[in-house]
Design a protein around this ligand. Sequence first.
Ligand code: SF4
Ligand code: SF4
Length: 452
Amino acid sequence: MTASRAAFLAGIVDGARPLHQRLLDAKARRVRVVIANALDGAPEVATARRLAAARPVELLAGLALAMRELGATRGLIALAAPAAEAQHALAGRLTDAARGVGAAGVPSSGIELVELADAAAGNDEAELVADLGDRGEPDAVVLGAVALAALGAGGPALMVPVTIAGAVLRPGVRVVPVGMSVEDVIDAAGGVTVGPAWLALGGGPLAGRPLDRDTPIELRTRALFVTAGDSDLARRTRLPLADRLRQSLSACEACAACTDVCPPALRGAGLAPHLILRALGGATDQPVLGALACTGCALCDLACPVGLAPHALVLAAARALRDRAADVDRELPSGTPHPLRAERRLSTRVAALRLGLGAPHGVGVGVDARESPPPPPWDPAPVEPARISVPLLQWTGVPARPVVAPGMYVARGSRLAEPDAGTLSLPVHAPFAGFVGEVVPGRTGFVTLHRT
Ligand code: SF4
Ligand code: SF4
């Protein structure tokens, strides 16, 4: 069976897109290099890093399957420094395969491990390709390590590795069932260490979005970061967009510190957040087209000396452009990377310190008085919630159609919902055996499952 067929049947998602679709697109482009993205790119998020160390056979087997379907001659696994643990685990399996021993499915040649400097937002695909430089190729495809490991594991996608960090008793990377609620996942990590008004940010502390406590874990969920309800982080994320826009337009000093750290700006992608702010404030008639290159990483907010949120403005400008469909099809301006790109990029450690995370260090002042937190460890303890609600749409496309009814018993891995023929959809499976509760079809639909 081809990798794309296996990915479709398993219902694997990579980012917001079905993995099989990404593979078929890459096949049409005749790519020759497959890059496994095992970077996390955010403070306190260690999902891909820990997965690569804990599940090397699955990752290597998934990469090999993808390479075989695409006819790719090279596979790269991109790891963020320090990556000794993952390097050791992956290199050991590759050596075993070269000696003709070890697990089935692990390729014996054609795969390189590449350790890149730790950089906040470094997991963005365009950043990764730029970082690989000559080691990458123009005809390469970047696929997520988590999705590739799911492909290499075989069988349906039922569980997903998630970093649970911040104000929880036992921070860690845990493999949890799809459909488990945010609150149950946090309880499984020992519960919160702050008051009852805690807030969970999906994606991590840097650019994470606030989640309701009953939000289900999806196949694309990578991190939950818990913060106190009255923390600066919580206040910042809860500030209404209109207030953020008003503050930014009135108080911006046009210092360009935001542009100095903006990853697309440093790559020469034609985005300058400080100019977009000036244009939106009417100070210039600079075009705001570069806003379309914004990835929403929020590093510009960290850099702003007066505490503004330029990223909300840039994203709002990009949304307005897309809504008007204006200029969207035009090629974005691109130039050469900034000569000081390497020096200006923020590491996840510095980003953590600027977010006020980390333990007091005792000496010095300002950020130097704190130590950035260590990445959360892999936690193999099983997570077995009594009840889950599995969403029918976890990707960009159309929802799957439920094929179960309330009261039915379903086995682990059996289908809860099927894709309709000819639609961009995926099957949805039962992460554990149990009885079906509620069945709600549609874009916001779900199937509730009670463990037996
Ligand atoms: S969020 Fe800010 S730093 Fe990140 S890409 Fe957008 S403008 Fe640049
Ligand atoms: S860093 Fe802040 S003050 Fe400076 S240009 Fe950007 S938004 Fe304005």
